[in-house]
Ligand binder design. Structure first.
Ligand SMILES: [Zn+2]
Length: 347
């Protein structure tokens, strides 16, 4: 039974008006322009000047069918980010590229076929299903950044807590006190990975997509929302309503962005990707970002895509499974959307 306190806050949140909500009666392009600026502001803003990327390759391993490089770039002045770059063997010219964003777990190694200690995968790949490897096997150049707060990018005290411990809390609270957000830092760093891939001779700068799950789904969604260089996005295990997911149970602090609900429903923010191609994935047993509100968010996204005349560029894969990568539709869909006639082929 709901107690008075729960009733108060449910009604309180229901009373918060999203001032940049999509309005089918309003001018769609004006909405989008103002809303993108607002989302950037809520994320904490981005540096006015980009620091030089200064990329260094620290490792190169030839594997069955592809090569895995470890590359470090500068994202913010003074902050380096490691990434794995996977390139398929036998490429004939520059390739479409996909930025792959992991969720909570032991960091980027979780999606590129590595165990936490850096050795090659031996056991079950878990919810991430080594999706960066699945993408390189589909012929994409894959760039998988290590998101801030995970893996090698943790404070020593947190790293002592085991491979899956993270520094989300320690980093997020410092950024929040400074008027910044961990989500914003991750989004900006991911856009620096886009800067990097644009400069690679083996990548097609006009065919860059993004795919992320859970916390990485947030990053993929908001990075694509604020940067049109990302031509297609797969958002897995994240697209939902705020009320039905992060406000319904205790989620990691990296999900909470000051003022967000007063500007957007989650579908409004993700809807800024329109009219570029978007696929959302949701498992029917996902208890973290549940199916019911995921369908609700998808319906709201459909209204936005319809207003942009781009219904055929929005897809959903509502699959049987949990909080995990689906992939059955996503890889073919990305190949179609980042091909030579993006959006021309239907799934
Ligand atoms: Zn977190």
């Amino acid at each position: 039974m709901e107690r008075q306190l729960e009733t108060y806050f449910r009604e309180f949140m229901n009373g918060v008006r999203a001032r940049h909500a999509f309005d089918p009666e309003a001018d769609r392009d004006q909405w989008r322009t103002a809303a993108v600026a607002k989302l950037r502001e809520l994320l904490g803003g981005f540096p006015e000047e980009k620091a030089p990327l200064d990329p260094i390759t620290t490792e190169r391993v030839a594997l069955d069918g592809y090569t895995r490089e470890r590359v470090e770039i500068v994202t913010f002045e003074g902050l380096r980010m490691p990434m794995y770059v996977l390139t398929p063997d036998g490429a004939d010219g520059p390739l479409p590229a996909v930025i792959a964003c992991h969720g909570h777990g032991y960091g980027v190694k979780d999606i590129v076929g590595l165990e936490p200690d850096g050795s090659e995968r031996r056991g079950d790949p878990g919810l991430h299903k080594d999706f960066a490897v699945a993408l390189v096997r589909r012929g994409f150049l894959v760039i998988a950044p290590e998101l801030l707060g995970f893996g090698e990018r943790r404070f020593a005290e947190d790293a002592a807590g085991g491979p899956k411990a993270n520094s989300c809390f320690r980093i997020a609270v410092q950024l929040l006190m400074a008027g910044k957000t961990l989500a914003g830092y991750r989004v900006y760093e991911t856009l620096r990975a886009v800067d990097y891939v644009e400069g690679r001779a083996d990548a097609r700068a006009d065919r860059i997509g993004i795919m992320g799950i859970s916390g990485g789904g947030l990053v993929a969604a908001f990075a694509a929302a604020v940067d049109e260089r990302l031509r297609a996005a797969v958002v897995s295990g994240y697209a939902n309503t705020f009320q039905g997911s992060i406000l319904d149970r205790n989620h990691c602090i990296d999900n909470y962005i000051p003022g967000m609900s007063a500007a957007f429903a989650m579908s409004d923010a993700i809807g800024l990707i329109a009219p570029r191609p978007l696929l959302v994935e949701s498992g029917d047993k996902d208890l973290v970002f549940p199916r019911g509100p995921a369908v609700e968010a998808y319906e709201a996204l459909r209204a936005i895509y319809a207003a942009f005349g781009a219904e055929d560029r929005l897809q959903a894969d509502f699959f049987a499974g949990g909080h995990e990568i689906g992939g059955a539709v996503a890889y073919d869909w990305l190949a179609s959307m980042l091909g030579d006639e993006p959006g021309a082929a239907s799934v």
